[in-house]
Design a protein around this ligand. Sequence first.
Ligand SMILES: [Zn+2]
Length: 381
Amino acid sequence: MSSAIICPPPAARSRSFRWPFTSGRPAPRWVIAWRRQRNAALSLPLVILCAGAARSLTYSNRCAPRGIRGRFAAARSRPSRRFDGAWWRSVPDTTSGAGRYAPSPSGDLHFGNLRTALLAWLCARSTGRAFYMRVEDIDSGRSSDASAARQLEDLAALGVDWDGEVLYQHTRFAAYEDALRRLPTYECYCSRKDILAAAAAPHALLGAYPGTCRDLSEAERDHRRAALRAQGRVPALRLRSTVNSWTVTDEFVGDYVGLVDDMVLKRADWAYNLAVVVDDAFQNIDQVVRGDDLLSSAPRQAYLAHLLGVATPRYIHVPLVLNAAGQRLAKRDGPVTFREMGDDVLERLGASIGLPGARSAAELLERFSIGAIPREPFIWL
Ligand SMILES: [Zn+2]
């Protein structure tokens, strides 16, 4: 009896508490039916929303391709990374990062270039990353399409494959312009001779631009701009840097502190340092493998990445291939290109990275580990 008072039957409770106009009296049947329909109509969109959220939460796990092959397939099926108006608006990457090789198309790749390309590919693929190819043809005077095509053919013949379309820097000028607008810059009217003379002065930082044009007045700028125009030249644009050095982390060297100065971002052509940072960000590159002659420019690039608000990639600077005289291998050192070397190129490349006897790039990939990359230059004999 007492339990019935404390807790009335559900039907009675809902009727007596929810009918607002006649307290104590049960609501009419049509009101109850209307309420049920209204509740159903309101809850249907809610159910659809919840189902959608649950599906999207489980989608990546359920549908993500498994294993290395699956990752490659996923990367290939991704939409093209063609520039769509803003350099930072790259397609979101669902893989665990990407590596790249970025040759300059000014002649056939030689053994040293091929070795760096192979190492970049091995580092990316062995860590489950996508691998992209970028043709660094901003130097319009030295680059040619024919050379780029031959280089890509040689890399493919070696067994180095890449995801998506090849990115050509000559298609990226609007993106560099966009990035340039986001950086503090000033015009520089110095010739190379002016810079060398100023940099030779006491207290000048070795190799750094001395800041000659940094604090000129508007009147001085007008005067020097007009003088350049009379010679048919345009001013360079330099970064107004607020630091003298920057630290990067390299896989082999560890923390590396390098010089940062008011670097050129644009002259007649775009500067490499700006282009490489913008393109690495665009392609979601988080692992940069390249020759250790570029280690000293990594801090400048990392500082630009910092100013542009994009992530700095993990650097792996690998020792170069040197000739018997200890100089960087060049085409004058004999038959050193892929086409000149004959059938054993891959075997020789494998031996140079401590993996002798390999017959294919796939076999190298099975045996490769980043930690085992030789730390000494390879001597070409
Ligand atoms: Zn200057």
